[in-house]
Design a protein around this ligand. Structure first.
Ligand code: ZN
Ligand code: ZN
Length: 713
């Protein structure tokens, strides 16, 4: 391999064997510092290819992103809006987004490399006391470095070198830890904290990764621009300087080009070079100087646009002097200039505004718009838009909504609806419980009767279920036959049971992708639910022993993913996408992730109808296979009661009920929602009081004014 020089493994001497923390950090830094360079470069490359931005791409498909990568979804999406600054994403988030958006566009070896990086990054969460033995380290690093080198093959030169430079910098020998730091690493198993400590304490001593001047470790024949040319806009007769910088002095001459043709030196245009830095200076810019300038050094170059304009920017129309809006409305502040310009800076009372879910900054040709959504009283104040040479300002005044009493009532109703949806979810789950326990038992009986023997010794870490070329898994890389082969710890089941049971689970899984993190392999022959939980596609269900212990989402997953259970219901009932069970699971996620604990009557109605549809599911002959199962009729009746709002919600009682049915997360949410509602109502009541006082004051003034008038006449 061309880059094998980067992978240097010597036999460790005695001293090296104590470097367990350095090995760990070396591996972690490679995963969280070097890998993102390559992953981001791939995202940029793919975005360029499709000409889109990352945020709308993810937003368009956020529901299915949520289903596939729930953990990453929860980190990337706040209030249903994606954090579009992917420079701030970590390795897991980058991998998940690439897979979700671009997997089919990537080369096979890239897919393999990214999967490997993703798996290694997940693995490191399980490392204890922030240490890796030399042998584990060596094995993981070989894999990671190989895959990283694979990944940088198809990205730009700059990122490629940057990434490789990091790979070189994070050798364990470059990492130095004091005893005190080792102590603080061991205090927690949280990988992110370890990374923070490593970055904050500068444990990598030999190389400052941000400093392009340090060229000792550069391959001598590779140059890169550590500072690229920047785009410039100037006016006629202004002077302008374009500047770039190489990582080390160039052995050959640097060539300047304009629109691909060499630039001639004249009285007006000069270029200079000093050590690593190169300049092109124009004394008096003219319109003809507009163009794309490039600085070329051997086979690398950097370029930027110079625009020379013949008029100055002026405001065509200002922001309005005053802008009024009513609480909770959106307000748009607009102004216009005479030419297209780069984006101006918007400020609220002097503080710069960043585009986010509440502030939308838009440019429509020469018109500039700031939209503030759902304004509150905190949004009052002075707003300015600053174009550099000119600026415009306005004062925003927010008026309170008049009918506070009405709002109090509405807020309470919307919250009640949300609580009703939680109850409906509980009844759906209760309705499915007995049937779930029955079919889980039947599935288990069926597996046992088709296999011989039992086993309680194999584990997820040891089991080699089958020969690699006989793998039924949808993704061989994720299958134990790949994982445990690599670990070299794998062996076939000595009792001839676990491998076959594993393959049966894979084959009975709709997507041939069971989640083994949810199970204990040793219990497969004795515990039906240890098999069932493999069919739930989010973690947290290990050791659950009955349907009662599993939440609604888990039960729905079981029905969606287990084709044996589908067959017990009837053919073609579930397709994993648009069937009633999948839709109900989505509804459950909507309820679960509701950030303001509010729900319209209409949506609640739709959800309850959907839950009823699950319990009254029809096969292709029109029969309802669940209808006569124990508990289902009662659940349907309870759904009716919730739908017709004939219930009195008794908070303590309902919370107990949720707990009893294993719906702990919703119980927590309900409590949070209740507290938030109380706070909101308090605020509204205060507002109401203020308004009353205001009114009283006005009345007093009026009557005292009248008295004065009476005195005059
Ligand atoms: Zn396999
Ligand atoms: Zn076994």
């Amino acid at each position: 391999m061309e880059d094998s020089s980067y992978v240097t493994y010597e036999r460790p001497n005695k001293d090296d064997l104590t470097r367990v923390h350095e090995y760990y950090l070396s591996h972690l830094l490679l995963l969280e510092q070097a890998s993102p360079i390559a992953l981001k470069a791939i995202i940029k490359r793919e975005l360029d290819a499709c000409g889109k931005d990352i945020a709308p791409l993810l937003n368009e498909n956020k529901d299915s992103f949520k289903t596939k990568y729930e953990a990453e979804y929860l980190q990337l999406f706040q209030d249903d809006t994606v954090n579009s600054d992917f420079d701030s994403w970590d390795t897991l988030q980058l991998c998940a987004a690439i897979f979700f958006l671009f997997k089919s566009d990537l080369a096979d070896q890239e897919v393999k490399a990214i999967q490997c990086i993703y798996d290694l990054r997940k693995d490191i969460e399980n490392v204890e006391s922030a240490s890796l033995t030399y042998n584990t380290y060596k094995e993981k690093q070989r894999l990671l470095r190989e895959q990283l080198l694979e990944l940088v093959k198809l990205i730009g030169d700059h990122d490629k070198l940057y990434c490789k430079r990091m790979m070189y910098s994070f050798e364990p020998t470059s990492i130095h830890l004091s005893e005190q730091l080792k102590g603080s690493l061991k205090q927690t198993n949280d990988v992110k904290t370890h990374l923070k400590i490593a970055m904050k304490e500068n444990v990598v001593t030999q190389v400052d990764i941000n400093n392009g001047e340090d060229n000792e470790i550069w391959p001598t024949n590779d140059h890169i621009f550590t500072e690229e040319l920047q785009n410039k806009n100037v006016y006629i007769n202004d002077s302008v300087v374009l500047r770039c910088k190489l990582n080390s002095p160039a052995s050959e001459t640097v060539v300047w080009k304009k629109d691909s043709l060499p630039v001639e030196m004249t009285d007006n245009i000069v270029f200079m070079g000093n050590h690593c830095t190169h300049w092109l200076a124009i004394t008096h810019a003219s319109l003809e100087d507009t163009g794309n300038y490039a600085c070329v050094c051997g086979n690398i170059s950097t370029s930027a646009n110079l625009t020379v304009k013949d008029e100055r920017l002026i405001l065509v129309f200002d922001l309005p002097l005053k802008s009024k809006a009513t609480e909770n409305e959106n307000i748009a502040l607009e102004c216009g200039v005479n030419m297209r310009t780069s984006e101006p800076v918007w400020r609220h009372d002097g503080e710069e505004i960043q585009s986010c879910s509440r502030y939308l900054i838009q440019v429509e040709g020469t018109k500039h718009i700031l939209t503030i959504k759902n304004v509150t009283f905190q949004d009052e104040g002075e707003y300015t838009v600053d174009f550099g040479e000119v600026s415009s300002k306005t004062t925003v005044i927010i008026q309170g909504e008049t009918d506070v009493l009405h709002r109090i009532q509405l807020t309470e109703e919307l919250f009640q609806n949300w609580v009703r949806s939680v109850l409906a979810l509980k009844y759906l789950k209760v309705g499915l419980e007995e049937f779930s326990d029955k079919v889980v038992q039947e599935h288990h009986d069926d597996i046992l009767s088709s296999l011989q023997g039992t086993c309680n010794t194999c584990t997820e870490e040891s089991l080699l279920p089958h020969k690699h070329d006989q793998c039924p898994h949808q993704n061989k890389q994720k299958c134990l036959c790949s994982k445990n082969q690599k670990q070299k710890s794998g062996k076939m089941c000595p009792n001839g049971f676990c491998g076959k049971c594993h393959d049966r689970i894979v084959c009975d899984h709709r997507f041939r992708d069971p989640l083994l993190a949810n199970t204990d392999v040793r219990k497969w022959s004795s515990d039906p639910w240890s098999v069932a939980t493999c069919f739930i596609n989010t973690t947290g269900y290990k050791d659950k022993q009955s349907a009662k212990d599993v939440d609604c989402s888990g039960l729905l997953s079981l029905f969606i993913n287990n084709v044996f259970i589908e067959m017990m219901l009837g053919e073609d009932i579930i397709n994993g996408k648009s069937d009633a069970f999948s839709q109900a699971r989505e509804a459950r996620n909507d309820i679960h992730h509701s950030s303001n604990y509010e729900m319209s009557e209409n949506q609640l109605d739709n959800f309850i109808n959907l839950f009823r549809e699950v319990l009254e599911i029809k096969d292709k002959h029109g029969n309802m296979p669940l209808k006569d199962e124990p508990g289902v009729q009662e659940a349907l009746r309870s759904l009716d009661v919730v739908q017709q709002n004939q219930i009195e919600i008794n908070f303590e009682h309902e919370m107990e009920q949720l707990r009893a049915h294993g719906m702990y997360k919703l119980e927590e949410k309900c409590q949070a929602g209740k507290e938030q509602l109380e706070l909101k109502l308090q605020q509204m009541e205060q507002q109401l009081k203020d308004k009353d006082n205001e009114l009283q004051l006005k009345l007093n003034l009026q009557s005292s004014g009248e008295k004065k008038l009476e005195g005059i006449y």
